[in-house]
Design a protein around this ligand. Structure first.
Ligand SMILES: C[S@@+](CC[C@H](N)C(=O)[O-])C[C@H]1O[C@@H](n2cnc3c(N)ncnc32)[C@H](O)[C@@H]1O
Length: 289
């Protein structure tokens, strides 16, 4: 359980970046773009998030709610997990910092009222409490275990309206093979159509993938510092967005000096980190979620 100190002494966030979490610039832009385009096109519907942690992504989802729409978030927060593997995941990544009240305080720093909160394993949503076809956007970012993610995708499929969009986190991280398995299973056996891949998230729809693609292509991502690539997966076109990597600069004297002065272990570690970042061409500034 989080200590009183970790939860009670954290100051209220002044900006969205003050909320700890794993929701970065590119996916923030993609969520905002897709949600705003739905609103512009007159597509109404609820928004659902499975896995909210301290609210970093939920706050953005809340920005896009229109009159009559509802945001539901589902997270264990400080409740026990339903099985040992999930409990281990919670202990390793979230227990020290996560409470429901911390989520609520963060959310209320940016919005007048809380979303609908389901404090429970996401598997409870299979009971049909989210009306079928009611959602225009679902963010799946909870457990990383295959069985759980497959269940979350089934809940999502039932919840999404015809042309609704799902964003699935950690579909390709080294430490989350179960998420990858569930996501690609949904594509190859469940009719989920990929539309966009970012370093962190897979975006897809069971509806009109070409229409979602047109919406994405309407924005000049390159001008905003992103790379845009076109791929095909089993005959289906899919966009890839990533962060542009700045051209390599001559190593400055101060940087060389710093590397020289660091103790050898730190220097090796620093070089390893820099190399990994270069090789991956992916930006993930904090430990994996
Ligand atoms: C990666 S964090 C979510 C990050 C958040 N969306 C963000 O962008 O900052 C994963 C969250 O899923 C929750 N979680 C893990 N397993 C869960 C389960 N079986 N049911 C509900 N929530 C779960 C954890 O409590 C944690 O808050």
């Amino acid at each position: 359980m989080p200590t009183a100190e970790t939860t009670a002494t954290r100051p209220a966030p002044l900006t969205r970046d003050d909320i700890p979490g794993w929701f970065f610039r590119l996916d923030r832009a993609a969520f905002g773009h897709l949600l705003a385009a739905q609103t512009t096109a007159g597509a109404t519907g609820d928004i659902l998030e499975l896995g909210s942690y301290l609210g970093r992504s939920a706050v953005l989802l809340g920005d896009h709610l229109q009159t009559g729409e509802r945001l539901t978030v589902c997270d264990l927060f400080d409740s026990e997990a339903g099985d040992a593997d999930n409990a281990a995941e919670m202990a390793m990544s979230y227990r020290k910092t996560l409470t429901r009240s911390a989520f609520e305080a963060n959310y209320l720093a940016f919005h007048g009222e809380l979303p609908e909160i389901v404090q429970a394993p996401t598997s409870v949503l299979a009971d049909g409490r989210i009306p079928a076809g009611s959602c225009r956007f679902v963010h799946v970012d909870a457990s990383h275990l295959y069985e759980h993610v497959a269940g979350d995708i089934a809940v999502t499929r039932a919840a999404l309206a015809d042309n609704g969009v799902v964003a699935l986190d950690d579909y390709r991280s080294e430490h989350t093979p179960g998420v990858s398995a569930a996501v690609w299973e949904a594509v190859f056996t469940g009719g989920l159509r990929p539309v966009l891949l970012t370093p962190m998230k897979f975006y897809g729809t069971w509806g009109d993938a070409a229409a979602v693609r047109q919406v994405l292509l309407a924005r000049d991502w390159r001008a905003e510092g992103y790379t845009v690539d076109d791929d095909t997966i089993a005959g289906e076109p899919v966009l890839r967005l990533n962060y542009q990597v700045k051209a390599p600069v001559q190593q400055s004297t101060s940087r060389r000096l710093a590397l020289d002065l660091l103790p050898p272990v730190a220097t090796r570690a620093t070089r390893r980190v820099l190399r990994t970042l270069r090789e991956r061409r992916a930006v993930r500034p904090v430990p994996a979620s």
